[in-house]
Design a protein around this ligand. Structure first.
Ligand code: KIV
Length: 289
């Protein structure tokens, strides 16, 4: 029996709007490599984000700030090669789009040309609104990101929920509306009180994807390593673990190490052999030298 699900039609941007209109939840997940993309594909998700969370999840940096465009493009292209159905969103890293519209468009074009992205994502309101407008005008669909924006976490007071006062929530709502008016296709809302999310979402036309923003959104996204329990350390309040792959991987590698040390691995079934006659002949050839 095939372990592969039946092929399904490619997800489209129009299809996401239809899902929103039909109140059908949109499923997004991050991924950073080809095998993960293959799993996301077969699990039937709607969107895959190669988030700049890759900086921390797979590259070992202590924040998302240091990751480069080249690093992100290498990871994103690997994910592209594993996907045929979900939409692929590339995350423009810190410092790759803020300085000018021209730089933002050039970076977004690299993500489309070199990594095969369908959409690109950038963080914050403020000057990012202009950058989003410029990228949209260049023909590339854009996903906005408000609330906790990890690229500028330091100026937000750390990795903490945003929009917890009326004034802060109003500013967040204004940023989101400005991103929609700039032509964004979709909005990620991260670590925001659910009351603020509800008031924001009812004012938006575009689909919204929450991460720590409650249930009043059109879809959810989780970071691959968080949802599968691969990472170490404490998890954010909004993370639900659906597997404990770190424990399974640790047990597997420890067992392998034990078997190599005890000689239990490799066993005969893991070993190649030679026809007996060939062994005899080889010995003769060696002896005749
Ligand atoms: O980088 C990332 O993974 C993200 C998601 C958390 C939305 O931006």
């Amino acid at each position: 029996m095939s372990t592969h699900p039946a092929p399904r039609p490619r997800v489209t941007i129009g299809g996401l709007a239809e899902k929103k209109a039909a109140a059908e939840p949109i499923v997004m997940v991050t991924a950073y490599d080809h095998p993960s993309a293959r799993i996301a594909e077969d699990a039937g998700v709607d969107l895959v984000l190669v988030g700049d969370s890759a900086a921390m999840t797979v590259l070992g940096y202590d924040s998302t700030v240091p990751v480069t465009v080249d690093e992100m493009i290498m990871l994103t292209a690997a994910v592209r090669r594993g996907l045929s159905t979900p939409l692929l969103v590339g995350d423009l890293p810190f410092g790759s789009y803020e300085a000018s519209d021209a730089i933002a468009v050039a970076t977004a074009q690299r993500f489309v040309k070199e990594a095969g992205c369908d959409l690109v994502k950038l963080e914050r309101g403020g000057t990012t609104v202009d950058r989003a407008r410029a990228i949209v005008a260049a023909g590339i669909p854009v996903v906005g990101h408000v609330g906790l924006t990890p690229q500028t976490a330091t100026s937000l007071g750390g990795y903490r929920a945003q929009g917890r006062t009326a004034e802060a929530a109003l500013a967040l709502i204004d940023d989101a509306l400005a991103l929609q008016n700039a032509g964004c296709t979709m909005l990620v809302i991260e670590a925001v009180p659910s009351e603020v999310t509800a008031l924001l979402v009812e004012r938006l036309r575009i689909p919204t994807i929450g991460i720590g923003a409650g249930a009043d959104v059109d879809g959810q996204v989780l970071v691959w390593h968080d949802l599968l329990g691969i990472g170490e350390g404490p998890k954010a309040r909004f993370v639900k673990r659906y597997a404990d792959l770190r424990a399974a991987a640790l047990a597997g590698v420890a067992e392998y190490a034990g078997e190599v040390r005890s000689g239990a691995y490799p066993a005969p079934e893991h070993t190649y052999g030679m026809p007996a006659g060939e062994v005899t002949r080889l010995k003769e050839l060696l002896d005749g030298r």
